[in-house]
Every structure is written in structure tokens, then in C-alpha cells.
Ligand binder design. Structure first.
Ligand code: FES
Ligand SMILES: [Fe+2]
Length: 377
């Protein structure tokens, strides 16, 4: 593969995959940081986690760390997690609740939930020191379908413009998004490039062909009705549930399933995925956070408006954490190893225009976005 446009302009039906170096090369990873992630919307959490004054969350991306916090008046603010005195990081935990003040552990400079400096010990002795002139630099924050996202680029395109129609699609399928509460969040370190994990999640080609949990997933859905649809910076992969199933996730259903129940997944460029499993009531997040060219944190977040979640919902979460998730993670790890082989560079996309459920067209679409970002202006 030679020129830039040559890869991009391939006929999808004949196209060869992204060369393997895109999945491990240090220099490419550095370009992805700059051109994809420092301009990308990153999930923080659900609005219920930032609805009370003093609640805060920390989002880390490479060497950057951002606090998103709920202020006294209920407004939500995002700012860099760094003390403006000598640069100490203010907080380290993923979530927390304080009295509306972030106090630096070093010399006890004290910040409001907006990032504004309130007070600094002994500063009255210092000439021309006005706390009101000192502020942890703000970061863009937006709420979209009930979740908060941040963007390190002040000029980022608003989410509604970047992902037009995603909000309606997700709300149309899952109307109680506003009443979700966090049930569980697990970070798993996966020794694989973030795109290896994404690729695995956006094709159904492997469902009936890989491990037993995938075969089981294929049984829970109407696989023939599984549709994977690309829409520029976002994509969906949705199947009706197989309503004949009475024993999903190893437990018996106690109620009649909702006839509109679905296996619903939506991805927002570059690395945010939200999904819902058949018969379950959870709404989950699946975010691959790059921590190196060949390592990612896979963050599994589970939200639900039922409290406590039904036995089927709990069983479906267990199944994801203990069965389907690990089965995919093993594939991701062994793919990452294979991509390093001197015996591999590019494969063929298995794109089948007549069978969305078994086609890799979304993988191709995603790779094009990656390629354009890396090589574009
Ligand atoms: S570094 Fe934070 S108060 Fe000194
Ligand atoms: Fe999978």
C-alpha cells in the first residue's frame, strides 16, 4: 500500500484492511492522540452522577486529566485537574463528593466547583495577588442524551452537529435515559490497540463463528434482522430480540418480554459506545480508552432506572462481565499479537452488501474515519 488516497479510494468490495502498523506503531499512535483524541468528545458519565452540588468526576486521557463538577447552583463545569500554584494534580479518584471546594493537598489552595480559585493561604501577604484572577482553565462540556461529555478542543463542533440524529435515535429506543443511575463500573486493562477492540465490536461476522458466548448472543437476537448502519461520525448496530427465548443468560424470564425489545448499540466517534442487551433493563457504556499503542482501558459502565435491577438484568451484566466480554477480550489480545507478525500486513474486508449482519462494512467505515483523521489536514 503506497499513496494516501490509494487506500482510501479502494472499492469497498475489494478493499484491503488498514496496514497492521496502524495498530502498534508509536508514531501513528502519537498522531492519533493529536488528531483524533484531543479533538474528540469523551464520555464523562451520566447526569445523575453530577446532579448534586459537590459531586464530581475525573476523566483521564493520556497525560490529561479533567474534573467535571456540579456547582452550588446546579450547573456543571469542566476544567483541567491541575492546581494553578505549582501544578499539583487536584484530585485522583474517578468520582467523589465534596463540600463544593477542591483543596490542593500541597499548599491548600482552594478552588470552587467552577475551577475558580477561592483562597490561597497567606496570599494576603503577597503583592498584587487576586484569587479572582486565577482559574483552572475550563474545558468544553456538553450534555447529550442524559450523559456528559468533554472535549479538550475549545472549538470542537457541538455534539448535536457532530452526531446529527443520534440523540433522537437513542431516546426513541430507550425513553428512560434521564432516570438512569449508575449500578456498576469496571475498568479492564486490555493489551490491545483501541481500534482492535472497536473493530471487534462493530461486526457480526464473528458471532456464529467464534466462541460459545457469541453463539449464545446470536440465539438471543433475531440475527437475520441484525442491521449495522454507518452515519458518518456515528453508527448503530441493532437487532430485534428473539422473543422465543425464555431463558436468557442462564435464568428464566419472569415477565412477558416487551415486543419491541432490542439488542441496541450506538457508537459515537471516536471511542464511545452505548448499548442495551435483549431482555435486560440496563443501559451500558463501553469505552475503549487508549493508554498506549498496544494497550487500552476498557471501561464497562452499567446504568439502570430499576432499583434494584431485575434478576434478568443482573444476570445479563454478569454474563457480559464473565462470559461474552472475556471471550471478546481474548480475541482482541490474540489479534494484537498477530498484527505484530512478520507474516501479516493487510487482510480483506468481508463486506457483504446483502447481509448487513455478517458484513464488515462498519469496520471499513471506522477505518476510513481513522485514516482520514491521521492523514487529513
Ligand atoms: S501546588 Fe497546589 S497549592 Fe501549591
Ligand atoms: Fe464479539
Amino acid at each position: 500500500m503506497t499513496s494516501k488516497t490509494e487506500w482510501l479510494n479502494q472499492d469497498p468490495g475489494l478493499a484491503k484492511t488498514l496496514p497492521s502498523k496502524y495498530f502498534y506503531d508509536e508514531a501513528i499512535y502519537e498522531v492519533e492522540k493529536q488528531k483524533i483524541f484531543l479533538y474528540g468528545w469523551q464520555l464523562v458519565g451520566h447526569k445523575s452522577e453530577l446532579s448534586k452540588p459537590g459531586q464530581y468526576m475525573v476523566t483521564e486521557l493520556f497525560d490529561q486529566s479533567v474534573i467535571t463538577a456540579c456547582a452550588k447552583d446546579g450547573t456543571v463545569h469542566a476544567f483541567h485537574n491541575v492546581c494553578q500554584h505549582r501544578g499539583n494534580r487536584l484530585v485522583s479518584e474517578r468520582r467523589g463528593q465534596n463540600n463544593g471546594l477542591f483543596v490542593c493537598r500541597y499548599h491548600r489552595w482552594c478552588y470552587e466547583s467552577t475551577g475558580q480559585l477561592r483562597a490561597a493561604p497567606r496570599s494576603e501577604r503577597i503583592r498584587k495577588f487576586n484569587p479572582r484572577e486565577i482559574q483552572c482553565p475550563s474545558v468544553r462540556v456538553e450534555e447529550y442524551f442524559g450523559f456528559y461529555f468533554i472535549n479538550l478542543d475549545h472549538n470542537a463542533v457541538p455534539m448535536a452537529e457532530m452526531y446529527p440524529g443520534a440523540d433522537e435515535t437513542i431516546r426513541g429506543t430507550y425513553p428512560d435515559l434521564d432516570s438512569l443511575k449508575l449500578i456498576d463500573e469496571q475498568d479492564v486493562i486490555v493489551p490491545a490497540n483501541w481500534k482492535v477492540i472497536m473493530d471487534n465490536s462493530i461486526e457480526g461476522y464473528h458471532f456464529s463463528l467464534s466462541g460459545p458466548c457469541h453463539v449464545e448472543l446470536g440465539r438471543l437476537i433475531d440475527f437475520d434482522g441484525y442491521k449495522l448502519t454507518a452515519r458518518d461520525k456515528w453508527w448503530t448496530y441493532i437487532a430485534p430480540s428473539n422473543l422465543k427465548v425464555r431463558d436468557p443468560y442462564g435464568v428464566e424470564l419472569s415477565d412477558e418480554p416487551d415486543p419491541h425489545d432490542k439488542f441496541f448499540n450506538i457508537g459515537l466517534w471516536p471511542n464511545n459506545t452505548f448499548y442495551h442487551f435483549p431482555f435486560s433493563k440496563f443501559f451500558a457504556t463501553f469505552v475503549m480508552i487508549p493508554t498506549g499503542p498496544e494497550e487500552s482501558i476498557l471501561r464497562f459502565g452499567y446504568y439502570c432506572s430499576q432499583n434494584p435491577p431485575s434478576h434478568v438484568t443482573q444476570a445479563s451484566m454478569r454474563w457480559m462481565n464473565e462470559s461474552l466480554g472475556p471471550e471478546d477480550i481474548e480475541l482482541n489480545i490474540s489479534t494484537q499479537k498477530g498484527l505484530r507478525s512478520m507474516g501479516y500486513d493487510q487482510g480483506r474486508y468481508m463486506i457483504d452488501d446483502d447481509r448487513s449482519n455478517e458484513s464488515e462494512h462498519l469496520v471499513h467505515h471506522f477505518h476510513k474515519l481513522v485514516y482520514q483523521s491521521i492523514h487529513g489536514e
